[in-house]
Design a protein around this ligand. Sequence first.
Ligand SMILES: *[C@@H]1O[C@H](CO)[C@@H](O)[C@H](O)[C@H]1NC(C)=O
Ligand SMILES: *[C@@H]1O[C@H](CO)[C@@H](O)[C@H](O)[C@H]1NC(C)=O
Length: 214
Amino acid sequence: MKSQSITIRNTMKSQRPLFLLSLYSSALLFLLQPITAVGYLTPTANDTDFIRTSCGATLYPELCYNSLAGYAYAVQQDPAQLARVAIRVSLSKTRHMASYVSNLSRQADYGAPPRVVAALHDCFTNFDDAVDQIRGSLKEMRRLGSGESLRFQMSNVQTWMSAALTDVDTCTDGFEDAPDGQVKTDVCERVTKVREFTSNALALINSYASKETP
Ligand SMILES: *[C@@H]1O[C@H](CO)[C@@H](O)[C@H](O)[C@H]1NC(C)=O
Ligand SMILES: *[C@@H]1O[C@H](CO)[C@@H](O)[C@H](O)[C@H]1NC(C)=O
C-alpha cells in the first residue's frame, strides 16, 4: 500500500502537466454535469406507457394523459405517486376556479340578475369546500401507512374526493334556476372541465386503492 502511494506521488511529480490537465478536465466534467443530469430527467418509454395505461381507467383518458404525461419522470411507475400528482392537478384547477367564481361574484354584485348573484355566491362556497376536501386528500396521500392504516387512509381519500365532486356538481345545480346568459354558460362550461380533472384523480385513487387494499 505504502509503496504504491509513493509510486503514485512520484508519478504525479514527474507528470505534473499531465496531472494538471486531468484536473482541468475533471473540473470541466464537473461543470458539464448539470447539463448531463438533465438528460436523466427524460422519462423512459415505460414511464410514459405507465401513465397512458393508468389513464385508461379514467373517464377522460385523453385529458388524463395530457395533464399527467409531463410528470412521467417524477411518477416512475408508482401508482400512489401518480394519484398524488393527479390530486395536485385537480387541486390547482379547483383553486383557480374558486378564485374565478369569487371574482365573477364580486362583479355580479353590481347589477346581475339576483338568481345569478345567488348562484355565484353558492358556487364560490361549493368550490371553497371542494378545495378543502382535495387539500385534505393530498395531505393524507403524502403520509400513507401500511395495512389497516393504509386501508383507512385510502377510504378517507376516496370519501373526500367524492365529496369534492359533489360540491362541484352542486355549483352547476345552483345555476339551473338562473336565467340563461353569458355568465351561466361560462361558469357551467368551466365547471364541467374542472370536474373532469377531479373525476380522473378519483379514478386513479380508486385503482391504486383496489390494488393495494384488496
Ligand atoms: C421497460 O419494460 C420492459 C418490459 O417490462 C423491460 O424489459 C425493459 O427493461 C423496461 N425498460 C426500461 C428502460 O426500464
Ligand atoms: C381574480 O382577481 C384577482 C384580482 O383582481 C386576480 O389577481 C386573479 O388572477 C383573478 N383570478 C382569476 C382566476 O381570474
